[in-house]
Design a protein. Sequence first.
Length: 316
Amino acid sequence: MNRTLQKRFFTVCTGIFSVILISGCALSSTILRLSTTPTPFLTHTPEASATATITATPTATATPTVTPTATATATATPCAEISGTVNKISVPSNALGVSMPVSIYLPPCYNPTGNYPVLYLLHGQGMDDTYWSSLGVNGIADLAISKGQTPFIMVFPFEERFLEDNSISKFPDAMINDLIPWVDAKYATCTLKECRAIGGISRGGGWAIKLAMRYIDSFGTLGGHSYGLMFGDSNWVQKQLETHTVEDFPRIYLDRGEQDSLAPDIDYYVKVLLANGIRPEFHIYPGSHTRNYWQTHVQEYMNFYMDAWPEPIAQP
C-alpha cells in the first residue's frame, strides 16, 4: 500500500473512531440520565405519599374532635330558660275518695323524654301546697340548675284534712298508691330509690318520716324539719333492720330550733336512729317552731336534697 492510500485509510479510521467515541459519550450520558432519573421520582413519591398521609390524619382527627366539642356546648347550655314552671293540678285519689290538689315544679327546659329525680315536699298543719314555694324553694332550684345542678322535679301535695287524726288519715295511702305512681306516669321521672327524696315541715315532717320508714325501698333521701313525730313511728327503725341493713336507710337530715315545742320527740327519734347505728345529719339552730326559722334555713334544706343528685341522671 502506497503512502497516499495509508493516509486515506488513517483518516477514515480516525473518523470512525471519533464517531464511535462521540456516540459512546452520548450513550454514556443517556445511561447516566436513565440511571439517575428514578432517584428524584422515587424520592418524590414517598414525600408526596407522606404529605398526603400527614394531611389526611389531622383532617380525620379534626372531624371527631369538632363533634364532641359541639355536643358539650349544647349540653352546657341546653336552652335559654332561667325559671321553672309551677302547675296546680288535681290528682285522682282512690284512697281519699276525692282528688288531691298538688302543685308541681318543672325545671327550666323540662324535656318529656328526660329522666328527672323528684323531691316531694310536705307542708305543716294549717299550710297548703304553696307553702314551700313561698319559702323560696323554686328560686333556689332555678339558680342551682343554672349553675349546673342536675335538674329535678318538685311535688307539693296539699293535705286538705290536716286536722284529721294521723292514726286514721288516708294521706299516706294517697301519697304511696295514688300520687307517686301518677307523677311517675305523667312526667319523665327517674323511679329509682336514689332519685326520690321526701321532706316536710312540722306535721309534714312527721308524714315524711312515716313514709320513708315504712317504704324504705322507695326513698333515697329524707328530711324532717321541726317534725312532729307520729306515734309508733320510731319503732319502724328496728322493724326495718330485721330485713334491711343500715346502708339501706335513706340519707337523713333532721333539725329543730332551740326553743321548738316539739324538741323532746324530735330528740328522741334522733337517739333511736343513733342507737341503731344510723347517722342522720342533725342540727339544732337558734329559733322556735316558726316560719321565720324555716325561712332562715330553707337554703340548707335544699342543699341537702340537691346533693343527692350531683351528676346528671342517665337515661334508663
